[in-house]
Each structure stands twice: as structure tokens, then as C-alpha cells.
Design a protein around this ligand. Structure first.
Ligand code: GDP
Length: 128
């Protein structure tokens, strides 16, 4: 089967907690190829554009402040069915609801500080 790509972000909470290495090891153990990686700090306008779809949500401002609170690490991941596979490996948005053995269960703190982002569609993966 053809390998596909998705975009992953290790969020500020996980970078701050020094979980980056563990998460990258975990991703390689799960079979992802890490094709590219960059450590960056989003500007407010970049974070707002990235989460534009959530602009009307009550948690939007808090989410933006969180995403710009520290550096993030962005990866291009490759695997079979990378987008849906990564969503499974990542786990539920809320770490308390996430399955055992998922990244968010292992390394997330709460529904906002949930360690990682993964694209939810091919269109978004390409855009992001
Ligand atoms: P995802 O695709 O699983 O990341 O979930 P969403 O697209 O629904 O939400 C995007 C991000 O917004 C999540 O990963 C969280 O960081 C944050 N978020 C989602 N729901 C809530 C919420 O109810 N409260 C807060 N504070 N943040 C949330």
C-alpha cells in the first residue's frame, strides 16, 4: 500500500515536560517514518490561523495562549494511512477519555494540554 503523510505537532506542554524524545521514540516504534522536523514558536497570528476553525469556540483564546506559550515541534510523518493511523495512535482529545497506550493517555494532562496535534483530513494535512 502507498505510504501517506500527516502533520504532527508536539505541543508546548509536552515540550516543557521534556516528553519530546519519548514521543518521537513512540512514533518510530509505531512504524512512522519521521520525514522532517522543525522546532518553532508560533506567533499569535499563526496560531489563530492554524486553529481558525475553532474561532467561535469558548476555549479559543485560551487555546491560542497555550499554543504560543512555548516552543512546539512539528513533524511530517509517513505511514500507511498516516492520517487515520496517527489519530488512533494519538488518542481522544481528552486524555482522560483516551485509550490506554495512546500518546495523549501517556503524555497528556487535560483536554487542552493534550501533548500532540495530528491532522484530521488529507486536505488539512496538506494545508497544515
Ligand atoms: P483534536 O483534533 O483532537 O486536537 O481536537 P479539536 O480539533 O476538537 O481541538 C483542537 C484542540 O483544541 C485540542 O487538541 C485541544 O488542545 C483544544 N481543545 C479542544 N476542546 C477543548 C476544550 O473543551 N477546552 C479547551 N480549553 N481546549 C480544548
Amino acid at each position: 500500500m502507498k505510504l501517506k503523510r500527516t502533520l504532527s505537532i508536539i505541543k508546548p506542554d509536552a515540550i516543557q515536560a521534556k516528553f519530546q524524545g519519548k514521543i518521537l521514540d513512540f512514533l518510530e516504534d509505531k512504524g512512522f517514518n519521521i520525514l522532517a522536523q522543525k522546532r518553532i514558536k508560533l506567533t499569535k497570528s499563526q496560531a489563530e490561523a492554524f486553529y481558525e476553525i475553532h474561532r467561535d469556540k469558548p476555549f479559543f483564546n485560551e487555546l491560542i495562549e497555550f499554543m504560543i506559550s512555548g516552543e512546539i515541534s512539528v513533524q511530517v510523518l509517513e505511514a500507511e494511512d498516516a492520517i487515520s493511523y496517527y489519530r488512533t495512535v494519538m488518542g481522544n482529545t481528552d486524555p482522560n477519555e483516551a485509550d490506554e497506550g495512546t500518546i495523549r493517555k501517556l503524555y497528556g494532562t487535560n483536554i487542552q494540554c493534550n501533548a500532540v496535534h495530528g491532522s484530521d483530513s488529507e486536505e488539512n494535512a496538506n494545508n497544515e
